[in-house]
Design a protein around this ligand. Structure first.
Ligand SMILES: Cc1ncc(COP(=O)(O)O)c(C=O)c1O
Length: 367
């Protein structure tokens, strides 16, 4: 491996931009002695919901809990089927299984990596209760078609926005389409905490209330649990940091979009991302396709340019879902792209020489 010319992502660089203000906010929380719930968490819940144009928001411990809590709040359980994409992080479908329901995988559109609405429609049965869509890598899915499908078939639409903070479609925010939307604030996400965090956004007061109760051991009244829940809280230190980073989010997304525009214009020999009409893609990942992906990744590493594969094994072929009976060949688009995708460095604050280094290395290896 060559000496690294550019990092995959540089969170310390991002922190240095907010250090004065966020450092002070963290100290204020620490000095207050109020570390769980409290005014910072409440303020962040209000501010992030308002940013999304949603009536209610609940801070939780991470994006996985957010998904699990929404599914529980929607009443999903044994015997229910939930349609989702096989080309995502495991949490999207793992949480369907965790609440006892059955994930049903529909193939993706290989051009966008997102759920193909026509393939999702083919999977609807009388047991289908919900559809979980992911705005993968920061690009909104085809929400017109998916919203219409869910309305027609009486299914709840859940948006997994773990990679799409600030993305939009035709001016409408990712996270404002479904019955509920979930977010992760894992540090590398477009809006990332300095640790774990998650969020549920919804316009439905009953869904928000159920999520709040289930996230507090199912107890509306302390020490009186009505349903088995979990303990899932966004902590005050993370909320204080997120409040300040939220003000930077659009600017940071613009910076990642500028890096993506430079890659779009200059990369040769790889298939660059396809963006659907009306989408504001926020490039949580800039993901190209190449037939000899592994050798491209190795050559880039030699040249000091890191890359990552998201995701090498589609979910329908994961050992944990073997009991569902999927076979290789069942979802060919997801299977094919999983052998071809490669994500390149993209982060806010990336410098021109760093972008040049990536372009030179890719064009030297693949062009
Ligand atoms: C699409 C998607 N869904 C859910 C999650 C889970 O979020 P967390 O890591 O905060 O639990 C992630 C995080 O990596 C993700 O990328």
């Amino acid at each position: 491996m060559g000496a690294e010319k550019v990092p995959m992502v540089d969170l310390a660089r991002q922190w240095s931009e907010v250090e004065d203000e966020a450092g002070e906010a963290v100290l204020t929380v620490l000095r207050s002695g109020r570390y769980i719930k409290g005014p910072e968490v409440e303020a962040f819940e209000r501010e992030f919901s308002a940013y999304l144009g949603r009536a209610h928001g609940v801070g939780v411990a991470n994006g996985t809990d957010a998904l699990y809590l929404v599914m529980r709040a929607l009443g999903l359980g044994p015997g229910d089927e939930v349609i989702t994409t096989p080309f995502t992080f495991i949490a999207t479908a793992e949480t369907v299984a965790a609440c006892g329901a059955t994930p049903v995988f529909a193939d993706i559109d290989p051009a966008t990596f997102n759920l193909d609405p026509s393939k999702a429609a083919e999977k609807v049965t009388e047991r289908t209760k919900a559809l979980v869509v992911v705005h993968l890598f920061g690009q909104p899915a085809q929400m017109d078609e998916l919203t219409a499908l869910c309305e027609e078939r009486g299914m709840a639409l859940v948006e997994d926005c773990a990679q799409a903070h600030g993305a939009s479609l035709d001016g409408r925010m990712a996270g404002s389409f479904g019955r509920a939307a979930t977010f992760s604030f894992f540090p590398t996400k477009p809006l990332g905490a300095a640790g774990d965090g998650g969020f549920v956004a919804t316009d439905h007061a009953d869904v928000a209330e159920k999520v709040r109760v289930l996230a507090a051991h199912g107890a509306k009244k302390k020490y009186h649990s009505e349903a088995p829940g979990i303990n899932s809280r966004l902590d005050a230190v993370q909320a204080a940091i997120l409040r300040i980073k939220l003000r930077m989010l659009d600017r940071w997304n613009d910076q990642r979009r500028a890096v993506a525009a430079a890659y779009d214009a200059r990369l040769e020999g790889v298939r660059t991302p396809f963006v659907i009409h009306g989408a504001r893609h926020v490039y949580h990942q800039y993901t190209v396709r190449h037939r000899h992906r592994d050798s491209l990744a190795a050559t880039l590493a030699e040249a000091g340019v890191p890359s990552n594969v998201y995701f090498p094994l589609p979910l329908h072929l994961q050992p944990c879902f073997a009991r569902l009976g999927y076979r290789e060949g069942d979802l060919p688009a997801a299977e094919r792209v999983s052998t071809e995708v490669l994500s390149l460095p993209v982060f806010s604050g990336m410098t021109r020489p760093e972008v040049d280094a990536v372009v030179e290395a890719v064009n030297g290896a693949a062009g």
